[in-house]
Design a protein around this ligand. Structure first.
Ligand SMILES: Nc1ncnc2c1ncn2[C@@H]1O[C@H](COP(=O)(O)OP(=O)(O)O)[C@@H](O)[C@H]1O
Ligand SMILES: [Mg+2]
Length: 745
């Protein structure tokens, strides 16, 4: 008979029962046995890739340390059998470990409900701080999804606190009580743990050193300073807000070519830093690489230069001040999901820090622009004047604080109100340390003086470099030429075609180069739209539905909203798949998980290829979900709801929200947008009183903008729809008289 040997915990040596998933003595997870089988040298406190083991002498090095602590398991423990609790905790820890590995961190040890990971030892990457933060955000996000499931089953959620610090440690194989393990020790480790202990549940708190290293990739918010054990001075702490918008995706192909364009932009930065601001517009077709150029420029700015990127979206052309709001948010790091009090504080503090404390009425005005209701009591045209003054001050102070690269993307979709304000701001740029870069598709020219760069498709060798880097192997001449000819050198088109080819069975390898199987012709569709469509068509029905719904929602979308619209789909695996296939990318993990389309064109195609009836249904479902989820703050969603209901078949809601959107626009003196909203509302009005109201509001706006004939026509039609309502009749007659008077004047 064979006597089974008892297993022992690798961390503390305690003996284990056969079915244990965690060490009963020190809590080290044992569960990941399956996962660990793949990485041969891993043990509970030693997860070092083979290749690195030989060089494991003791050394001093700068690393980034991450502590993540799972809390809330006590109430769960009261409700569950310990065995089940361990299974659940193991699934959480497996997920955390997976995210750490994904960013090539090393799991140093498990301590109770916490895990410690090191980025930068044994193997250093130049971006270890960023990797740690990326892993932290991914961990928070993964927890939310596990929690959804846990809550459904047991009504409990666990929360994760994460602290990160970068500093010098001694790394190496250090002898412990039980065994020798690769680990890192030093003050920096204890400090990281302190940040974790101070982090609010669900948040990621980092030290100043970590923040400095990752400042180009993430946005941070300063929080209350911490006291460290044994130290008298308090240290600053920063909360990670989000990944910077559409910075270059980590999985993007290495940048190729564009030497002249980048040099041009860099020279413009140099001039701007010296106080001779420049205004540059980049023109190019979709996918040609405009955003990437801005990303490269920003990623390589020397420290001390700030970058703010704002962007327009096709569905926001009717949202007054959408772009300007983006600028204010960017200047003060006000998250789109921030509540009003937080936004108010950020704006007040932000202006105060710039040395220009604001009066309350000005703060209110900016909050109005950001969409937090309409509180300003000033007359609309006065507001506009004050707003322009405020923004000019803001631009001046922000660029005097540190030279600024301000980029505004996709201006062909700019809203009229923002455009007017921008035109006034641009006039100041030449005298400020500010480079203002815009991007547009051909056919749209900014209404101000600017230098123009045409971004052309990639050619010859440069295009080939991109092809090979996306293929990850050299390709033969024939294949390279075929792809370049079909894509006309558009980098996005190249990426999509190569992805398509890689998934096909049309390739063979010959002497280290990849080529086409003899005799086949590449079934490459003729347009970029078609190639995206082909990739979409290959998706299974579930991920396709997720992507379609996201596309109807917008260029970025909230996972919570999707969850309501698609209750029958387990979202996380589908989102991971779509992310893996480069359709979408994570935009924010906290306070709300949002994803965005990796490229605008993917959203456009995913939207346009859906049947109209289906789109209408989704627009309505999304609007209904947003109304329910954000019920206490619908003011912020007025334009969003008007946009979506207007594309649904629900006349009543469309009318209601369009009217509100029109009112809001009118109050902001965005008269074009107001008129358009009221006109759309009129089209959705289904009874005489509604028609009357919409017409009267149109008449009001037309009077304000001096279109007296139009105003008279609207007001008279409104009159014709009015029955025995003396007050309304009197009011309309008075308005008609006013319009007539002004017209005659
Ligand atoms: N010079 C380049 N080197 C490598 N990849 C590039 C280059 N230019 C563009 N790309 C890639 O092509 C895709 C489309 O570029 P993007 O900047 O989004 O285009 P646009 O903003 O003009 O629509 C992106 O995935 C981007 O990373
Ligand atoms: Mg772009």
């Amino acid at each position: 008979m064979r006597v089974p040997t008892r297993r022992r915990c690798a961390n503390c040596g305690a003996s284990l029962r056969a079915r244990d998933r965690f060490c009963g003595s020190c809590g080290t997870p044992l569960e990941s046995a399956a996962a660990r089988a793949s990485a041969s040298t891993e043990s509970a406190s030693l997860q070092v890739p083979d290749a690195a083991r030989s060089s494991l002498g003791e050394q001093r090095k700068v690393v980034t340390i991450l502590f993540a602590d799972l809390s809330g398991s006590t109430p769960l423990g009261e409700r569950l059998d310990p065995e089940d609790l361990r299974t659940i905790l193991a699934s959480y820890f497996n997920e955390l470990a997976r995210q750490i590995r994904r960013y090539e961190g090393t799991i140093d040890k498990y301590i109770g409900d916490a895990v410690m990971a090191v980025f930068g030892a044994p193997i250093s990457h130049e971006d270890d701080a960023e990797r740690a933060i990326n892993a932290a955000l991914a961990m928070q996000q993964a927890i939310v999804h596990l929690n959804d499931d846990l809550e459904r089953r047991y009504g409990v959620r666990l929360s994760l606190r994460i602290g990160i610090n970068t500093g010098e440690v001694v790394a190496g194989l250090l002898a412990g009580d039980v065994q020798t393990a690769y680990t890192v020790v030093g003050d920096a480790v204890n400090t990281a743990q302190r940040y974790e202990a101070a982090a609010p549940p669900g948040d990621v708190l980092v030290s100043a050193s970590t923040r400095r290293l990752a400042i180009h990739s993430f946005e941070f918010e300063e929080t209350a300073p911490l006291t460290l054990k044994g130290k008298s001075e308090r240290v600053v702490a920063y909360r990670v807000l989000r990944r910077r918008y559409e910075e270059i995706a980590p999985e993007a192909a290495p940048f190729v070519g564009r030497v002249a364009e980048l040099n041009y932009l860099r020279a413009a930065v140099v001039d701007s830093v010296e106080g001779c601001g420049r205004v540059v517009n980049m023109v190019g077709e979709a996918g040609v690489g405009k955003s990437r150029l801005i990303g490269e420029l920003r990623a390589n700015l020397i420290s001390g230069i700030d970058g703010i990127t704002v962007r327009c979206a096709s569905f926001e052309v009717n949202t007054p001040y959408a772009l300007i709001a983006d600028f204010v948010r960017g200047a003060f790091s006000v998250h789109a999901a921030a509540d009003e009090a937080t936004a108010r504080q950020a704006i007040a503090d932000g202006f105060a820090a710039l040395g220009a404390p604001l009066e309350d009425s000005s703060i209110v005005l900016l909050l109005d622009i950001l969409g937090y209701g309409l509180h300003s009591t000033l007359a609309p045209e006065v507001r506009r004047r004050i707003l322009v003054k405020l923004l000019r001050t803001l631009l001046r102070l922000v660029s005097q604080r540190a030279p600024l690269v301000l980029s505004a993307e996709d201006l062909h979709w700019v809203d009229a109100a923002s455009l007017r304000v921008l035109s006034e701001l641009v006039a100041d740029v030449p005298t400020l340390p500010c480079l203002f870069v815009t991007t547009t598709r051909p056919g749209w020219t900014p209404p101000w003086q600017s230098e123009s760069i045409t971004v052309k498709p990639l050619e010859g060798q440069v295009a080939r470099e991109l092809i090979e880097s996306v293929f990850e192997v050299p390709v033969d001449d024939n294949l390279a030429e075929t792809i370049i000819a079909r894509t006309a050198g558009n980098p996005f088109f190249i990426e999509e075609v190569v992805r398509e080819l890689k998934a096909s069975n049309l390739l063979v390898e010959r002497t280290g180069q990849v080529g086409l199987v003899p005799g086949v012709t590449v079934p490459v569709p003729a347009t970029l739209q078609e190639v995206i469509q082909a990739r979409l068509d290959r998706l299974e029905s579930e991920p396709r539905r997720v992507l379609n719904t996201g596309a109807v929602c917008g260029r970025t979308f909230w996972v919570r909203v999707l969850g309501r619209v698609l209750p029958d789909i387990g979202l996380q695996p589908q989102l991971s798949l779509l992310e893996h296939e480069s359709f979408i990318e994570l935009r924010t993990a906290a306070p709300e998980i949002t994803y965005g389309f990796r490229q605008v064109l993917i959203q456009e195609v995913a939207y346009e290829t859906q049947l109209l009836v289906e789109r209408r249904r989704l627009h309505a479902a999304i609007a209904v979900s947003v109304e329910a989820l954000y019920a206490e703050r619908l003011e912020e969603f007025v334009d969003f709801l008007a946009y979506h209901y207007n594309r649904s078949t629900d006349d009543k809601q469309a009318y209601r929200w369009l009217l509100r959107a029109g009112d809001r626009a009118k109050e902001l003196f965005a008269n074009q947008e107001a008129l358009r909203a009221f006109r759309d509302a009129l089209a959705r009005a289904r009874n005489a009183p509604d028609v009357r109201v919409a017409l009267e509001r149109m008449g009001d706006v037309q009077t304000v903008i001096g279109k007296y004939d139009d105003a008279l026509a609207s007001l008279r039609s409104a009159l014709a729809k009015t029955k025995a309502e003396p007050a309304v009749l009197a009011r309309l007659h008075r308005k008609i008289a006013t319009a007539l008077g002004k017209k005659g004047a």
